[in-house]
Write a protein that binds this ligand. Structure first.
Ligand code: ATP
Ligand code: MG
Length: 435
């Protein structure tokens, strides 16, 4: 039979990497909690309409990248390409926005986009996202950006670049769009086919085109910053002042427009040069029109999303030291049937108390069991034979020091837990136990 392979653009998360993902996810969620965010989980699929309206039907995501299908009931369904639209839908649907504001939500989700797979670009990928609803104050933009910076600091990624911009409100964009159309019309012939389509519908998208030819032309385009209305310009100034007073370094990049249509005013990206062409690890901004667009009351909001595969690529490129996966505290080697039954219940008792405990499940010889215990890196081993059971005493061997401690069978777990405690104290104080 031929083997079935994983679909193109997907990745299996293998056990050898599980501890890395666990470290990443707990670190992100723990800091999010300190910044006041609560976790939200929404369905993997939503009505297609949610993304057409929420992400914008002139975007690449909606036009080219969505996994859309009809279900057996004839509904158009889409696998979520991003997390914001679903979060807004859930907040509106469950009236979460009627409570005291701001409402701060965060999520770890898988996302689906039909893109050309390459390093840092997958068809199934994962995002850590946060959304803050209800405030239009520039201090909220600043705190969101500070929070994003601190997430990178948690992983010692201090030199990742922060680029910020303001893309104004629909008001300032009217005049800006006209200026962009005039500029790009003069270069129409050199723009790619998609950008020619963008020219009428949404000329700002051209600034985000990945084609080198279009990028070259975009470099000379008018800057949005020259077209901001008074209110948007003042908002941007205050965001920058707060970042300055928080000692958060940034550069203003007027070319950042972000890939999704719903952004207004502040947008930002955290970018690195260490993981190839897909260097944007985190992107976000303000989306003051989205809640209303999706059927809620008019309510300002802002958020960001971080690509976790790109974060992991970056951590690996930088040689980040993940804590190694936990090793079992004890391995029970067994000789005979009685010993097996005893090891099974001792393991159970220790496991319930929170210790990693293993016993032979393969019917191996004693020698092979010892070899396996070594391979697992168990802290302690206990060999159980009929004599040990009859004598009521088990010998617990510390695999690092070789020291053997006798543990009475009727108080085994207490004795064992003390031994682990002693070992931990020795390690915490960096003491080498040389016997
Ligand atoms: P890009 O310009 O790289 O296509 P984007 O603007 O489409 O990114 P967003 O929609 O803002 O990306 O998503 C936020 C983050 O999610 C990105 O900064 C990136 O880290 C990650 N991301 C987006 N698309 C993918 C993908 N196909 N594979 C892996 N990560 C992705
Ligand atoms: Mg994209």
């Amino acid at each position: 039979m031929t083997q079935v392979k994983a679909p193109r653009g997907t990745q299996d998360m293998l056990p050898a990497d599980a501890h890395k993902w666990e470290t990443i996810e707990t670190t992100l969620l723990n800091l999010a909690k300190c910044y006041g965010y609560s976790e939200l989980r929404t369905p993997v699929f939503e009505s297609t309409e949610l993304f057409e309206r929420g992400v914008g039907d002139a975007t690449d995501v909606v036009q080219k990248e969505m996994y859309t299908f009809e279900d057996k009931g004839g509904r158009s369904i889409t696998l979520r390409p991003e997390g914001t639209a679903g979060a807004v839908r859930a907040a509106v649907e469950h009236s979460l926005l009627n409570d005291a504001l701001p409402l701060k939500l965060c999520y770890l989700t898988s996302c689906y986009r039909y893109e050309k797979p390459q390093a840092g670009r997958l068809r199934e990928f994962h995002q850590f996202g946060v959304e803050c609803f209800g405030t239009g104050e520039p201090i909220a933009d600043a705190q969101l950006i500070v929070f994003a910076r601190r997430l990178f600091d948690c992983f010692s990624l201090h030199d990742i670049r922060l680029e910020i911009n303001s893309i104004g409100c629909p008001q300032c964009r009217k005049t800006y769009h006209a200026a962009l159309r005039e500029y790009f019309n003069a270069h129409k012939a050199a723009l790619c086919r998609t950008c020619n389509e963008r020219l009428e519908k949404n000329p700002m998208r051209i600034l985000d085109c990945k084609s080198p030819e279009c990028q070259k032309i975009a470099a000379g385009a008018p800057s949005i910053l020259d077209y901001l209305c008074e209110d948007c310009a003042a908002h941007f100034e205050r965001v920058k002042t707060y970042l300055d007073s928080s000692d958060i370094p940034y550069t203003v990049n007027p070319r950042i427009v972000r890939g999704l249509d719903y952004y207004t005013k502040t947008v930002f990206e955290f970018v690195c040069d260490d993981i190839g062409a897909q260097g944007t690890v985190l992107g976000g901004g303000r989306y003051d029109g989205l809640v209303e667009e999706l059927g809620g009351k008019p309510l300002p909001a802002l958020g960001f999303a971080m690509g976790l595969e790109r974060l992991l690529l970056l951590l690996e490129a930088k040689g980040f030291c993940f804590a190694p996966p936990a090793k079992p505290a004890v391995y029970f080697c067994t000789l005979g049937e009685k010993a097996r039954a005893l090891a099974l219940s001792l393991c159970d008792e220790l496991q319930l108390d929170g210790y990693g405990a293993e016993l032979d499940l393969m019917g191996r010889s004693l020698k092979a069991q010892m070899k396996y215990a070594n391979k697992l890196g168990a802290l302690f081993t206990v060999v159980i034979g009929d004599d040990d059971i009859a004598g009521g005493i088990l010998n617990v061997k510390n695999m690092q020091s070789g020291e053997v401690t006798q543990a009475p069978l009727d108080a085994f777990s207490e004795t064992f837990e003390n031994l682990v405690l002693q070992q931990t104290i020795l390690e915490d104080f960096g003491v080498e136990d040389n016997g």
